[in-house]
Ligand binder design. Structure first.
Ligand code: NAP
Length: 303
């Protein structure tokens, strides 16, 4: 980081906890490379302190904020304005100062998720999303942009799947007029699931299964695969496996895929690209030193 002086401006991350976040390291590396006299700080914040923190940070001329667990949803009503896509998925991860005071909420997770998929034409292809929580909403919104013909959302609880479909207005009139097929499936509907996996071109894991210290009972290395072990033999070898997790790299699921000769993507690039997209919004600069951010992240993860 460059010298902090009287002209240094603040950017930062609000969440709880924030002490393991890679964001300060990757953002400060980028800011230094760009010669911008800002400092990015992780700010632990309880839910009840969010509103006063937002006001104070705006008063201090804070240039931008990232929002992380557990505030991505609860921040929405606290924004002066929320852009359409963030409103639709009910999650904000980036704030920029609003011209009339307060903050404008946006979501760069969608752009971050999509970045590594951009080199392929996905039109009329099929995808399966495992999990239907917060990040699955950003993943779905991203996949919608790729004009896939079929998207299947797989969850472990009917209530979560229904909530997901309702929140994203998948039953709305505008959806019914589109040609795409979007289905929610329970993970124990084996036959239907196998049929989907046989033809899918892309599978995205949005559950924490396989994550280091996820606390999941199934996180012993040989068992920590979403949907268990056997079902994956139904994939064809051209399927792309995309796991949002980046610790460990690779996850047991991606490791299995690599051993089968499949293409795989882990969550590190999404993390870096969502950060780069936030920096673009805050600085107004298009060119962001993504390589510097990537190297910094890998250094921090010791890989
Ligand atoms: P979340 O909102 O809690 O959603 C997790 C989803 O996984 C829920 O649908 C949950 O099911 C399901 N799930 C959890 N444990 C499960 C299990 N044992 N079996 C089956 N399903 C299970 O979490 P999130 O914010 O979406 O984050 C999910 C993962 O994505 C985390 O590992 C996170 O680190 C990663 N992530 C990475 C990035 C990145 O930039 N790379 C960004 C965001 C998130 P229920 O609905 O039934 O509870």
């Amino acid at each position: 980081m460059g010298m902090i002086n009287g002209k240094t401006k603040l950017v930062g991350l609000l969440g709880q906890p924030v002490n393991h976040s890679l964001s300060p390291a990757i953002h400060n590396a980028a800011l230094q490379e760009m010669g911008i006299n800002w400092c990015y700080v992780a700010l632990p914040c309880k839910k009840e302190n969010l509103q006063p923190a937002l006001k104070t940070l705006r008063d201090f001329d804070c240039k931008g904020l990232n929002i992380t667990i557990p505030h991505k949803n609860s921040i929405v009503p606290l924004c002066a304005e929320v852009n359409l896509i963030a409103k639709r998925i009910g999650a904000v991860n980036t704030l920029i100062p609003h011209q009339n005071g307060g903050w404008k909420g946006l979501n760069t997770d969608i752009e971050g998720f999509l970045a590594p998929l951009k080199t392929t034409d996905w039109e009329d292809k099929e995808a399966v999303i495992i999990g239907c929580g917060g990040s699955a909403r950003a993943v779905f919104a991203g996949l919608e942009k790729l004009k896939l013909s079929k998207i299947t959302i797989v969850g472990r609880k009917e209530s979560s799947i229904n909530q997901f479909l309702t929140d994203l207005e998948i039953f709305s009139d505008s959806f019914l007029t589109s040609k795409r097929s979007i289905t929610g499936l329970l993970q124990d509907e084996d036959l239907a699931l196998i049929e989907r996996l046989k033809t899918t071109n892309l599978v995205v894991n949005t559950t924490p299964i396989g994550m280091q210290s996820s606390g999941d009972k199934r996180s012993s290395p040989e068992l920590a695969m979403p949907l268990g072990q056997e079902i994956w033999s139904n994939l064809h070898s051209n399927t792309l496996l995309y796991d949002l997790i980046y610790t460990p790299r690779p996850t047991p699921w991606l490791n299995w895929g690599r051993n089968q000769g499949m293409k795989t993507i882990d969550g590190l690039e999404m993390l870096i690209q969502q950060g780069a997209a936030s920096l673009r919004l805050w600085t107004g600069k298009h060119e962001i030193p993504i390589d510097v951010m990537r190297e910094k992240a890998k250094n921090c993860l010791k890989i």
